[in-house]
Design a protein around this ligand. Structure first.
Ligand code: MD3
Ligand code: FE
Length: 203
């Protein structure tokens, strides 16, 4: 069932579908304690996607740069715990793609309203690039851009739908990637937005 999109990158189509209720209610609980917010990058631009986190470490950005923190800078409190359903999904998806014993300590949650996108970038704020990254798409569909190790390399386009899970590791871990704005029909449960859960081993 995994579709190979790179030497060490796989799409698991619909892998999270059977968990959608558990995932959505867990997201609602996290959002209560740590609301989605739009952050300002070191360059002074407000990101179009809104984010929050759960797990021991959360990805944030401020004028100093991009960093993982144990506390939510808005509340000063620790990020909400990573729900069991999240950790289990990330672990089983990683294993289905051939990455054993994935134990994420960070789950970044990105929410894209209509028009929101994420431009081409690399994920390199993590301590150890040996662990894979697992991403879960929920809500509206969006085109994912999957490039190479240089920003100027040509990009592959991949339409991701509600319930799709993507796993990247090994030599694909540092590829440039980005997402276009949500497209197509609004989602029956999530309305006009897309939520992406990104699981990483950050610390
Ligand atoms: C490909 N988020 O938050 S993770 C991010 O849809 C981010 O919100 C995307 O990129 C989103 O940094 C989905 C997809 C992802 C993550 C790491 C990768 C793709 C990757 C590492 C290498 C190649
Ligand atoms: Fe990324």
């Amino acid at each position: 069932e995994p579709e190979r999109i790179g030497p060490c990158a796989f799409v698991l189509h619909g892998y999270a579908l059977s968990q959608e209720q558990a995932l959505l209610s867990a997201i609602a609980g996290i959002e209560d304690r740590a609301p989605f917010r739009r952050m300002v990058t070191p360059g002074g631009l407000t990101m179009s996607a809104a984010l929050t986190n759960c797990g021991a470490l959360g990805w944030t950005t401020d004028r100093r740069g991009y960093l993982y923190t144990a506390a939510d800078p808005d509340s000063g409190r620790p990020w909400p715990d990573m729900p069991q359903a999240f950790a289990m999904l990330a672990r089983t998806a990683a294993a289905a793609a051939g990455f054993r014993d994935f134990e994420p300590d960070a789950c970044l949650m990105n929410r894209y309203a209509s028009g929101a996108r994420m431009s081409l970038h690399q994920d390199k704020n993590e301590r150890d690039f040996g662990a894979p990254i697992v991403s879960v798409s929920l809500g509206m569909s969006a085109t994912f851009l999957f490039g190479g190790l240089a920003r100027s390399d040509r990009v592959m386009k991949l339409l991701l739908h509600h319930g799709d899970v993507v796993v990247w590791g090994g030599e694909d871990r540092l590829r440039y990637h980005g997402v276009l704005a949500p497209e197509g029909a609004t989602h029956p449960l999530l309305g006009d937005c897309r939520i992406n859960l990104t699981f990483r081993k950050a610390g």
